[in-house]
Ligand binder design. Structure first.
Ligand code: SF4
Length: 185
C-alpha cells in the first residue's frame, strides 16, 4: 500500500469513537520521499487538528528551530504521531486509543523505513520501548526495537513548559544534534 492510500484509509478510521466524533481532521503526518529520519510525537493538538498537519503549533515552531540548529531540514524529515486524532481538550492519549492506533503507525514506519526514529515524549518513547520506561534513563543511546533504531527524547511541549533554561530544552537540543551525527550530519 502506498503512503497516499494508507493516509486515505486512515482518514476513515473511527476505531476510537470519542476521538472520531470530536476531530476536525485525521492528522496522517508527513513523509517526504527518502526521509532518513522520522520524528514520532504524541497526538495532534488544537492547531494540528485544524490544519491537518503535525507539529504546526508552538511545539512545532520550536521543533523547526531546533531541527535547523542541528542541521536537519524539516522538509526532509518524516513527522508522525502515535495518535492520528486529537484527544478532546488535549488530554493525554488513553492506553486503548494508543493500541487501536498502533497498526497505523507501524505501517507508516514500514513505508517510511527511516534509518533513525526520534521518539518525542513519554507516550512515544513508551510506544517503542514499552510501558513503565523512564524518559531520562532511556535517552542518549540508540535502542534497537523490532528492526528500528530509536532515540528517545523530550517532547517540545515539555521543553516549552520548563522554559529555555530547563532540562528538557537542553536535552531535546542535544538529542537532535545526536540524531544529526548518527545520520552523518
Ligand atoms: S486515533 Fe487512530 S485508531 Fe483512533 S480513530 Fe483516530 S486514526 Fe483511528
Amino acid at each position: 500500500m502506498s503512503w497516499t492510500a494508507l493516509g486515505s484509509a486512515m482518514t476513515g478510521c473511527t476505531a476510537c469513537p470519542e476521538l472520531a466524533a470530536a476531530r476536525t481532521t485525521v492528522v496522517v503526518g508527513e513523509a517526504p520521499r527518502g526521509a532518513r529520519l522520522a520524528l514520532v510525537g504524541e497526538a495532534p493538538g488544537a492547531q494540528e487538528d485544524l490544519a491537518g498537519r503535525p507539529f504546526v503549533g508552538k511545539a512545532g515552531q520550536l521543533l523547526d528551530v531546533l531541527l535547523a540548529e542541528a542541521g536537519l531540514d524539516r522538509d526532509a524529515v518524516a513527522v508522525v504521531n502515535v495518535l492520528k486524532c486529537r484527544p478532546p481538550g488535549n488530554r493525554a492519549p488513553k492506553r486503548p486509543e494508543i493500541e487501536r492506533c498502533r497498526p497505523w503507525l507501524d505501517r507508516q514506519l514500514d513505508l517510511i523505513a527511516p534509518e533513525l526514529v526520534v521518539a518525542l515524549g513519554l507516550t512515544s518513547v513508551g510506544w517503542f520501548l514499552g510501558r513503565g520506561v523512564r524518559l531520562g534513563a532511556s535517552r542518549g543511546v540508540v535502542h534497537e526495537v523490532g528492526g528500528r533504531r530509536v532515540l528517545a527524547t523530550y517532547h517540545p511541549s515539555a521543553a516549552i513548559r520548563f522554559g529555555p533554561r530547563g532540562a528538557p530544552m537542553a536535552a531535546l537540543r542535544e538529542d537532535l544534534a545526536h540524531a544529526a551525527r548518527l545520520l552523518g550530519g
